[in-house]
Design a protein around this ligand. Sequence first.
Ligand code: C2E
Ligand code: MG
Ligand code: MG
Ligand code: MG
Length: 277
Amino acid sequence: RAKAAGRNTLSFYEPGMDGIVADRTALERDLSNAVREGGFVLYYQPIINLAADRPCGFEALIRWPHPSRGMVSPMDFIPLAEDTGLIVPLGAWILQEACREAAGWPGDLRVSVNVSAVQFQKPGFEQAVIGALAAAGLAPQRLELEITESILIADAEAAITCLHRLRSLGVRIAMDDFGTGYSSLSYLRRFPFDKIKIDRSFIRDIADPDAAAIVKAIVGIGTQRGAVITAEGVETEEQLACVRQEGCSEVQGYYFSKPLPAQEALDFVRKPARAAA
Ligand code: C2E
Ligand code: MG
Ligand code: MG
Ligand code: MG
């Protein structure tokens, strides 16, 4: 590899590098078009309340069916949308679409919407939430926003103020992927939230005593704060038994269901959950 010769070499050549740059430019153009033309869909993954043994809501997860690349993962295009600022119109669409869908669900089922830190920090975010609720006629209590610790990095004070305002509207706040961030546990004392979602990596390894101890600690702190604790990424009956034992009150994962198209999500509500099985 020419790269090994060092950065100062003029003959530096990395095969495929032009390809990567061109690819990113093309992807950016396609993303921009898709945002303008409404080329995305939301899938919905059930969240099961263990005590009630039924779904209490769904997490909206974005999908991008690309004409030539197939289904592009949000892990591949959300960061690009953040870099380009496209996350603002895209995020607004996600909020509107998720609220509109949830307004048609029976009972008090909630919709959880992932919010990127970039989107959260832009002025107008709160208005986008209020606007989406109003347009859909959805009660704020039925919307939950999933945020990560990363929103606290830029301006923790501003973030905390915004979270308080959203909660005073009745919107719920969930801390997503908890345990993977690098902010200190003391943030939890200042940070208003209703739910902690324990990251999938701890659930995957829950047979390991260290991972189980972390789950136990998160449940302890969260419960102390009056928060609901959700285990993410439950795939097996053994993992379900463990998280139940540790005191998680909600679970989400392939054991119950993968994310589903909107109509199939509704069908899922009408049949009993597998928690008791
Ligand atoms: P997340 O918010 O933590 O979402 C959970 C991810 O775990 C989803 O991946 C879901 O399909 C996957 N998952 C759920 N249960 C299981 C399981 O049992 N096993 C395994 N292996 N995976 C499971 P997905 O849909 O690919 O989304 C990945 C990430 O992309 C999300 O992580 C979230 O950070 C981001 N994302 C997805 N949709 C949106 C969106 O609408 N807006 C924003 N800002 N980010 C989004
Ligand atoms: Mg999430
Ligand atoms: Mg998560
Ligand atoms: Mg995650």
